[in-house]
Ligand binder design. Structure first.
Ligand code: MTE
Ligand code: MO
Length: 221
């Protein structure tokens, strides 16, 4: 397993994605709003579910998996899988929008809503941002209000079955209103911060927020 936050070496895909950010690939220059149009600008629908990550997919069993919640919170948490699933369970259906232009409708997720997690850890007043840390060394950052979206969750199941390892099982984040790189797979820890701290893609040319309807693909857009 990688050391904390030590990403794997560049692959062909991660090099291409850094080049696309420099070139502004896939940008249409259009903007839209979720209510106007279900499919964001520059996206196309796919029926299958592509796998995208840095390369080496860590295999973490439910027995070995732990979730660490720390930083600017009143109640730090350290849960094993049993403690995690003993929390309130929610089911949400949402669409996926990947910055490489594929979208997938109507994904059924089950897990702990981020609202219920926030009730459990109680962010301090100064908490404004989070960093998600994953078992493959990946990181991504979110503003607290984006994390707290009413359809965001820490998912352990998809379509009624345990989330497969290639899609981030045992547990991944799902934040439907932002591009899918914000939805960390193989979630290991959640760090609450007063100041923003850009993650893996955010320091490699990708947008800090990533709203698909505003086509916030790359930094500098
Ligand atoms: N831990 C981790 N999470 C990650 C990534 C990653 O490389 N590592 N890639 C992100 C990107 S760029 C995308 S598009 C989605 C892909 O999720 P999927 O493979 O389930 O489709 O995971 C996101 N979460
Ligand atoms: Mo992605």
């Amino acid at each position: 397993m990688a050391a904390p936050d030590e990403p794997p070496p560049d692959s062909k895909l991660t090099r291409s994605k850094q080049r696309w950010a420099q070139e502004g690939r896939f940008l249409t220059g259009k903007t839209s709003r979720p209510g106007q149009q279900r499919l964001p600008p520059g996206q196309h629908l796919t029926r299958d579910w592509p796998t995208l990550d840095l390369g080496p997919a860590p295999t973490i069993s439910r027995e070995r998996w732990r979730l660490d919640v720390y930083g600017a919170v009143e109640q730090p948490l350290f849960w094993d899988f049993q403690q995690f699933t003993a929390q309130p369970q929610k089911k949400f259906i949402s669409d996926i929008h990947c910055v490489t232009t594929w979208s997938r409708y109507d994904n059924q997720w089950e897990g702990l809503s981020t609202r219920d997690l926030l009730d459990a850890c109680r962010p301090r007043d100064e908490a404004r941002f989070l960093v998600l840390h994953s078992y493959d060394g990946y990181t991504t950052n979110l503003a607290l209000e984006d994390f707290a979206a009413d359809d965001a969750l820490l998912a352990h199941s998809w379509s009624g079955a345990p989330l497969e390892a290639e899609h981030g099982g045992p547990v991944r984040l799902v934040v439907p209103h932002l591009y899918f790189w914000k939805s960390a797979k193989w979630l290991q820890s959640i760090e609450f911060l007063a100041d923003d701290a850009p993650g893996y893609w955010e320091v490699r040319g990708y947008h800090n927020r990533g709203d698909p309807w505003k086509e916030e693909r790359y930094s500098g857009d």
